[in-house]
Design a protein. Structure first.
Length: 431
């Protein structure tokens, strides 16, 4: 195989192996492997070329040496009629002489032949002497050992270069990987609602630094998103606040109306508007993270009995294992959470509505059609109640419940029971 063909074969094999790299590796190790693979490919190609060049140089040197020895042997043979075998392997009509070389010598040419087959490689030189062939054989044992030592040195130095390239690539890629991980972490924080999170790249980079451009783009996006959301929150809060004054007057005026069916309808709608306004103000405070809990250590079961009694819950509180566990919570906000979940179960589900306390968890379950898949997948949306079969409403009840749970450090899990019905579980922090 010629050197270019051999190098191309190595290149194809290296590319095939690179494509087989597992996709689960981090970017840092992928870059290190690519750099190491590229250096290995270059080292193999250069090593193959150097090996071929060194082998050709040794063979040329040995050919010239064998030719010179053949000339000396011919001079001695013409003077004495004998072949001097004191320090060289020379003979007339040697039986070991390769056929090609014998035919070339009988044709009147002085030739050399490299025999690399077998365990004892050698270089032959031959010329005609009358109708006979005078030949000299020069073993290549020392040259082969020298070439093997040369190959070992190439392999060692090549391995060292590849290792240094891999370490250097890992070092260079560490900074890139660290910056990308920072950008990903900041993006996740922004998605969780921390709109003031920033990577720290305040200005666009002057060079061609793609990572810095990404960081700048993420910071710009976060700033724009924060500005828009804050504007939306201020608008919602301002609208709800401005509605309070006319609604208060409207409520007062409705109370002065004479008792009648139209009066009841007006009072009912005014009460609904006041509730919606208060809910909007509460959502605005939750969005602005202006709510601060007043935490207390309470026994969960007795606390839940009082909450359900104030909510007008007609059923009984069921207690599982550890129903008397102590929890750290804000009783007023917990009441708001449970009241919204119970009201949501009554309005959108079907009786009976069951409330269970087990350990530090409170579970509210109805026996209706269950939560829509969209709610289970993405969470509740404001002013969206899901399927029509779950009734009408503003869609703020679950939103407020989840927001207040975050304020007191609780978790709310929504699911559908296997036998039917929506299940909401509030897990409170243990005291």
């Amino acid at each position: 195989m010629t050197p270019p063909t051999r190098a191309w074969g190595f290149a194809r094999e290296a590319l095939r192996r690179l494509r087989a790299v597992p996709q689960g590796l981090s970017l840092r190790w992928k870059i290190a492997m690519v750099l190491a693979g590229g250096c290995a490919l270059v080292a193999v190609t250069i090593g193959a070329l150097m090996h071929e060049a060194r082998a050709a140089q040794l063979v040329t040197t040995v050919r010239e040496s064998a030719t010179m020895q053949l000339a000396r042997v011919r001079q001695v043979y013409e003077l004495t009629g004998q072949v001097d075998r004191s320090d060289i392997d020379a003979a007339v009509d040697d039986r070991r002489l390769p056929v090609e070389l014998r035919q070339s010598a009988l044709a009147g040419r002085r030739s050399t032949f490299v025999d690399l087959d077998g365990p004892d490689p050698a270089v032959w030189a031959a010329r005609p002497i009358g109708d006979q062939v005078l030949s000299v054989r020069r073993p290549l044992v020392a040259e082969r050992a020298e070439l093997r030592e040369f190959d070992r040195e190439l392999i060692c130095w090549g391995a060292l270069v590849v290792a240094l390239a891999a370490l250097g690539g890992a070092g260079l890629a560490s900074r890139l990987s660290r910056e990308l991980r920072t950008a990903a972490a900041i993006a996740r924080r922004i998605s969780r609602g921390e709109l003031d999170a920033r990577i720290g790249q305040s200005a666009a980079p002057s060079g061609r630094n793609e990572v810095a451009e990404l960081a700048c783009a993420v910071d710009t996006m976060a700033a724009s998103l924060q500005s828009r959301l804050e504007a939306e929150q201020r608008f919602t809060a301002d609208v709800a606040h401005e509605l309070r004054t006319p609604l208060t007057g409207l409520h007062t005026a409705a109370e002065l109306l004479p008792p009648s069916r139209p009066t009841e309808l007006v009072r009912d709608r005014v009460a609904a508007l006041r509730t919606l306004t208060e809910d909007l103000l509460e959502v605005a405070r939750l969005d602005a993270r202006a709510e601060h809990p007043d935490l207390e250590v309470r026994s969960l079961a007795p606390l839940m009995e009082g909450i359900l009694r104030r909510c007008g819950f007609a059923g009984e509180l069921a207690e599982g294992d550890g129903g008397g566990a102590l929890v750290r919570t804000d009783p007023r906000r917990l009441e708001r959470i449970v009241a919204n979940l119970v009201a949501n179960a009554r309005r959108h589900g079907a009786e009976p509505v069951e409330v269970t306390v087990s350990g530090t968890a409170v579970t509210v379950r109805d026996h209706g059609v269950g939560f829509p898949e969209r709610v289970l997948r993405d969470g509740p949306s404001r002013f969206v109640t899901g399927a029509m079969s779950r009734g009408q409403g503003t869609g703020l009840g679950l939103t407020i419940a989840l927001g207040q749970a975050e304020v007191i450090g609780a978790r709310v899990a929504l699911r559908n029971a296997a036998s039917g019905g929506a299940v909401a579980t509030v897990v409170l922090p243990e005291a």
